[in-house]
Design a protein around this ligand. Structure first.
Ligand code: FEO
Length: 398
């Protein structure tokens, strides 16, 4: 169902209530693929939807204008959740010219047969008048792909920010004042941590550029549209891009015969002794999306794995591999775990920590078969140390 965003601009996208796995990201609240139709003397579609929903997008557009009246299609981002519908759009909107930057044109040609598409390549800072409204293009490389860009309409003070400021959140309301803000912010944080955490520096550059613009509406390509809480989401992004830590320690572990779990519990007790906040995640009981989100603003993380066949447990390898890609660098960390006759598990975990550029604060803690009282005491002391370091960071940043 189309929704007016402001005079002459309508949301014409698709709400995906059912998606629960977005290339590995567990989307418990679904998602949406936001597309926007700008009607002026010229008509422009901004972004498309996933391929299966192209027909719905075209039907939505037809409720507002005939398809042959669409003059331009703006592609801010070539990832298929937004570009998948473009082949149908470019086939049916027979007069449309596709506006995108050079990198995006290349990426689209690598995804689709674009030989019949009419392109107009736009550059960073270029503007194009639709009549009373102006499209102003801003390259934002690596937010989320190299070709990504924002489109701004200064007359309406609306920023089309594609993935940035988005959330995987299916809703009946389209705006930030129609849904609970704490839920929107939680989903925005989950999205940031799982999709763009590793691109924090490019996002910082994009945030810096938005300061030059008077923005009253941020229209991302997923989730709700920001119009009442823009300062809230911009402030949150400023904190998230810095990976600004809270006095919070995570203990993430797998366990085979409960020995590594006993060690994890002792580390948790130690953090509690220190007065810092602590969260404990058994990798078999928690999904990677949730753990990555909590890591975003954690100060420290202890990772535990028993040794299985001289290396770490596979589900611990999965979360560590996922986190290695997201690059939550600089957090205090160490490895711990039990073993039978070879202690390769903690060594393998530590190799991941080094690769992730974590600050490894001590040697791994190992326990043969079952942790002795001395090992439990060592775990508790190591947990307290992580907690104190977390609290000290807060003092240092004040
Ligand atoms: Fe929503 Fe990077 O695509």
């Amino acid at each position: 169902m189309n929704v007016e965003v402001c005079d002459g601009i309508d949301w014409v996208g698709h709400v995906d209530w059912s998606i629960r796995d977005f290339h590995g990201y567990q989307t418990d609240r679904g998602s949406s693929y936001n597309a926007y139709l700008v009607r002026d003397e010229k008509v422009a579609l901004i972004d498309a939807v996933k391929a299966p929903y192209a027909g719905e997008l075209l039907d939505n557009i037809k409720l507002l204008v005939d398809l042959d009246k669409v003059d331009y299609v703006v592609c801010n981002h070539a990832e298929p959740d937004h570009s998948g519908g473009l082949p149908a759009v470019m086939r049916e909107c027979v007069n449309a010219i596709l506006l995108c930057n050079e990198k995006c044109k290349k990426a689209l040609s690598q995804h689709f047969d674009t030989s019949m598409w009419k392109f107009q390549v736009v550059s960073d800072g270029e503007t194009l008048s639709l009549g009373n409204k102006t499209l102003s293009f801003m390259d934002t490389p690596l937010v989320h792909w190299p070709e990504s860009m924002f489109t701004f309409i200064p007359e309406d003070k609306i920023l089309f920010s594609m993935d940035a400021f988005g959330q995987h959140y299916a809703t009946a309301g389209r705006f930030d004042d129609q849904e609970p803000l704490e839920v929107i912010m939680a989903e925005a944080k989950t999205y940031f941590a799982n999709i763009v955490m590793l691109y924090s520096k490019p996002i910082q550059r994009a945030l810096d550029r938005t300061k030059d613009h008077d923005i009253e509406i941020i229209a991302p390509s997923h989730g709700i549209i920001w119009r009442s809480h823009i300062a809230t989401i911009l402030k949150a992004y400023q904190e998230w891009v810095q990976l600004k830590p809270q006095p919070k320690v995570l203990v993430i572990y797998d366990t085979m015969w409960k020995s590594t779990e006993l060690m994890a519990e002792a580390i948790v007790d130690g953090v509690i002794d220190s007065g810092a906040d602590v969260r404990m995640f058994n990798v078999r009981a928690n999904n990677m999306t949730v753990m990555a989100t909590d890591i975003l603003d954690a100060s420290a993380v202890a990772f535990g794995s028993p040794t299985l066949n001289m290396t770490l447990m596979p589900q611990m390898a999965a979360i560590l591999t996922y986190l290695t890609g997201l690059k939550p660098a600089g957090k205090d960390s160490f490895a711990f775990g039990s073993y039978g006759w070879s202690s390769g598990g903690t060594k393998a975990v530590e190799e991941y920590l080094v690769k992730m550029k974590m600050n490894v604060v001590r040697e791994p803690i190992n326990a043969q078969f079952v942790p002795t009282p001395d090992v439990i005491a060592e775990c508790r002391a190591a947990g307290a140390d992580l907690g104190r370091r977390a609290l000290d960071k807060m003092v240092d940043s004040e």
